[in-house]
Ligand binder design. Structure first.
Ligand SMILES: [Zn+2]
Ligand SMILES: [Zn+2]
Length: 302
């Protein structure tokens, strides 16, 4: 949703004999923002400052698998007049190949059960990566954990990242051969994974009183999966995202309307210098989305 038509109404009024032009602006929200708490470049405070500069009414601080940036953002938001939507982007796997990012909004970000699970998930993924590196090194493949973490862009470390690192060392010539030689079950670098499914993420968000939302659905290319996620309790979908063309956004907007989902959107900003991705406010939605998410979360808790 563009922000070009943000002036919804312009009225002239006579106040104390003076002609004053009053401009009623629509309020906007960017519901997908990353900070240094995960893999963004800005501190939560800087992210809120950037949102204030962009004229946003609200932002969702939606770091990967952590709520570590939310409290600082709330404090900055109070000072700068920007509403902070407590959010998260949980990385999950459907089957062996499909990575699904599940956004959560307006949950209790201090709920002990939620914090415990998030910490467990973060540790489990990194630990598995380290174990794979150890096994591969023992087998004479000189991969480094730092390189794998870099390839994973600090998100979920998965076997494809390890396979790429193996290829870079010359120990395999293609992703397929890296899997075949080292990473498939029975291979010297294989470590079984603790899997979080999109359905578990939805349940986790809902159990903390929040609304679950499918992030950038274009990456899934799987309508059956989306329908299953709705059956599991997902109530929103990210229609507006930098990876969505306007035709794709239209497609998911129609899908959302048909299935009664709340329509969200955001920049997915990480804000690194020279980033070709939009920064905060580069993509935003009308503030109504915030109200709808809030009401849905409140209704779920009742
Ligand atoms: Zn994502
Ligand atoms: Zn993201």
């Amino acid at each position: 949703m563009g922000r070009g038509n943000s002036v919804s109404e312009v009225k002239k009024r006579n106040i104390a004999g003076c002609c004053v032009i009053v401009i009623y602006m629509d309020k906007f929200a960017d519901l997908h923002v990353h900070t240094v708490a995960s893999d963004g470049a800005l501190t939560p405070t800087q992210a809120v400052e950037s949102a204030a500069e962009a004229g946003l009414a609200a932002i969702g601080i939606s770091d990967h698998d952590t709520v570590g940036g939310i409290d600082e953002a709330i404090e900055a938001g109070k000072r700068l007049g920007v509403e902070i939507v407590p959010a998260i982007e949980i990385s999950t796997m459907h089957g062996d190949k499909t990575e699904v990012h599940v956004l959560g909004y307006f949950f209790d970000h201090r709920a002990p059960a939620l914090l415990e699970t998030l910490e467990f998930l973060r540790n489990a993924r990194w630990e598995r990566g380290r174990q794979m590196v150890e096994k591969l090194n023992k087998a004479g493949v000189p991969v480094s954990f730092d390189r794998i973490a870099e390839l994973a862009a600090c998100g979920v470390i998965g076997r494809p990242h390890v396979a790429r690192a193996i290829c870079e060392t010359g120990a395999a010539f293609s992703m397929d051969s890296a899997f075949g030689k080292y990473l498939n079950e029975g291979g010297v670098g294989f470590v079984p994974r603790y899997k979080v499914t999109p359905f578990e993420a939805i349940r986790l968000i809902r159990s903390a009183g929040g609304v679950a939302c499918c992030a950038h659905p274009v990456k899934l290319k799987n309508m059956n999966l989306l329908n299953e996620m709705i059956e599991e309790g997902m109530q929103a979908i990210e229609v507006y995202h930098p990876d969505h063309t306007s035709a794709i956004s239209r497609f998911y907007r129609r899908f959302a309307q048909k299935r009664g989902l709340i329509i969200t959107g955001g920049s997915d900003a990480h804000c690194f210098p020279n980033d070709t991705h939009p920064c905060i406010g580069g993509i935003s939605v009308i503030y109504d989305a915030v109200t709808e998410l809030k009401l849905a979360a409140e209704a779920a808790v009742k």
